[in-house]
Design a binder for this molecule. Structure first.
Ligand SMILES: Cc1cc2nc3c(=O)[nH]c(=O)nc-3n(C[C@H](O)[C@H](O)[C@H](O)COP(=O)(O)OP(=O)(O)OC[C@H]3O[C@@H](n4cnc5c(N)ncnc54)[C@H](O)[C@@H]3O)c2cc1C
Length: 394
């Protein structure tokens, strides 16, 4: 490939695209404002990511492998989950540095600069940096969720296409990944244990105010038994794409001479907010399309591999967080069913590990429904008989 590719943004999307392009012999430059910064993020990577990118466990970079999770229902019921395959929790600074290093090792150039804008000059692009002006044949925007540069290429996302997030880095140690659901609230609070601290945060659809989010988060931190950071304590905050079903339908990922990848493209799971894997994978899929001299195939590759499933997630979000099932919030039912049924618990574990997609979810639920209810009935009978008082399936 003889074209010079310019990538704006050196997060997981940009760095992965650059690595794969450079490996294939392309000339590629990453323009990154803050290389290897601690982007506000849980840094959680499900097993699916490790399967695709084994270097995530093999690399010497430090991460925490988490084998246990707890889901807490709005009514405070707790589901304890032993994960068959651990989740990896990375500090984002460590992960970003690792990915940028791999891109540079493969031959990509990294320029530390902020790109303020770009324009077409015939068949080429002119990028306006703070430090200099740059030129390229193909433009990749990997500048994340907050970048205003997106508006130069595609319709800007609407307010309702985001979740707000807030969080603290708590100086404590833990081995359990904890998730708290709230009644009628489209989002959740989390505590992700890292090597030497906890990443504790909350994400919520933009209908909740920042003050409302902060209040929920402070209650969550208190429920974990940690002393509360004072009002003025450093808080991280960032936008998380969570596209509506309508926005998925109208999503444009590429045009003549340009493409969007990662958060800049909106490629985040609208239910869980997971985006690192999809950022990396979209970067890799774009690189494959460009190297095959078929850039027009990139949107189709994304759609086929995971876009259609994330779009389905957008239809499930409100159902999952805000609707009732059998007279209780769906999230409470999820915790109760997982506690009382080994079969259902396996499904929840697979969702957490990333091996169960939304596409096959309805079918699997249908298949396991009968067995789940039998196990729930047996669990209830055992509890009445005093044989088991807590979680049925250790
Ligand atoms: C609070 C929070 C928690 C999250 N937790 C998780 C999680 O646990 N697991 C998970 O999978 N996902 C999580 N996500 C989502 C995840 O952070 C993103 O999906 C992922 O970072 C997307 O990668 P990216 O490369 O597309 O964008 P980013 O990681 O945002 O990288 C974009 C890069 O572009 C650079 N940049 C921006 N503008 C310019 C410019 N004009 N010039 C030069 N450089 C520029 C930025 O400095 C940045 O480094 C979370 C998100 C948030 C907000």
């Amino acid at each position: 490939m003889s074209q010079h590719v310019a990538i704006i943004g050196g997060g997981p999307a940009g760095a992965t695209a650059a690595e794969h392009l450079a490996h294939a012999g392309a000339r590629v430059t990453i323009y990154e404002d803050r290389p290897g910064w601690e982007k506000p993020c849980g840094g959680g990577l499900p097993f699916r990511a490790v399967q695709r990118y084994p270097f995530l466990t093999e690399a010497p970079a430090e991460h925490k492998a988490v084998h246990r999770a707890e889901l807490v229902a709005p009514n405070a019921d707790i589901l304890h989950i032993e994960l068959n395959r651990p989740l990896l929790i990375y500090s984002r600074s460590v992960l970003n540095q690792l990915l940028l290093h791999r891109a540079q090792q493969a031959g990509a150039q990294l320029i530390k600069d902020h790109i303020g804008g770009f324009s077409r000059q015939g068949a080429r692009w002119k990028l306006q940096g703070r430090l200099a002006e740059y030129h390229a044949d193909y433009l990749v925007l990997a500048a994340g969720a907050r970048s205003l540069l997106r508006a130069q290429l595609a319709t800007p996302f609407a307010y309702r296409d985001f979740m707000l997030t807030l969080g603290y880095y708590v100086p404590a140690c833990d081995d359990v990944l904890r998730i708290q659901f709230f009644e009628g609230f489209e989002g959740y609070a989390w505590s992700f244990p890292r090597i030497d601290h906890l990443d504790v945060g909350i994400c919520g659809k933009t209908c909740d105010s920042m003050a409302g989010l902060r209040l929920r988060l402070r209650r969550f931190v208190r429920s974990l038994g940690y002393s509360l950071p004072c009002e003025a304590a450093p808080v991280f905050s960032h936008l998380l794409p969570a596209l509506t079903a309508e926005s998925w339908n109208n999503l444009r990922l590429a045009g003549p001479g340009w493409a969007l990848i990662g958060d800049a493209a909106g490629l985040v799971d609208p239910v869980t907010g997971e985006g690192i894997y999809f950022a990396m994978r979209s970067g890799e899929l774009l690189a494959q399309a460009l190297v095959s001299n078929a850039p027009e195939t990139y949107p189709e590759r994304v759609w086929r591999e995971f876009g259609c499933r994330l779009a389905l997630g957008a239809r499930l979000t409100r159902l999952f967080y805000c609707e009732d099932f059998l007279g209780q919030p769906s999230t409470t039912r999820l915790v109760q069913f997982g506690t009382g049924s080994r079969t259902f618990l396996r499904l929840v574990g697979d969702l957490l590990e990333g091996s169960q997609s939304y596409a096959g979810l309805a079918g699997r639920l249908y298949r396991i429904l009968g067995r789940t209810f039998i196990e729930l009935a047996a669990h209830a009978a055992m509890r009445r008989a005093g044989l088991r008082s807590t979680t049925a399936w250790p």
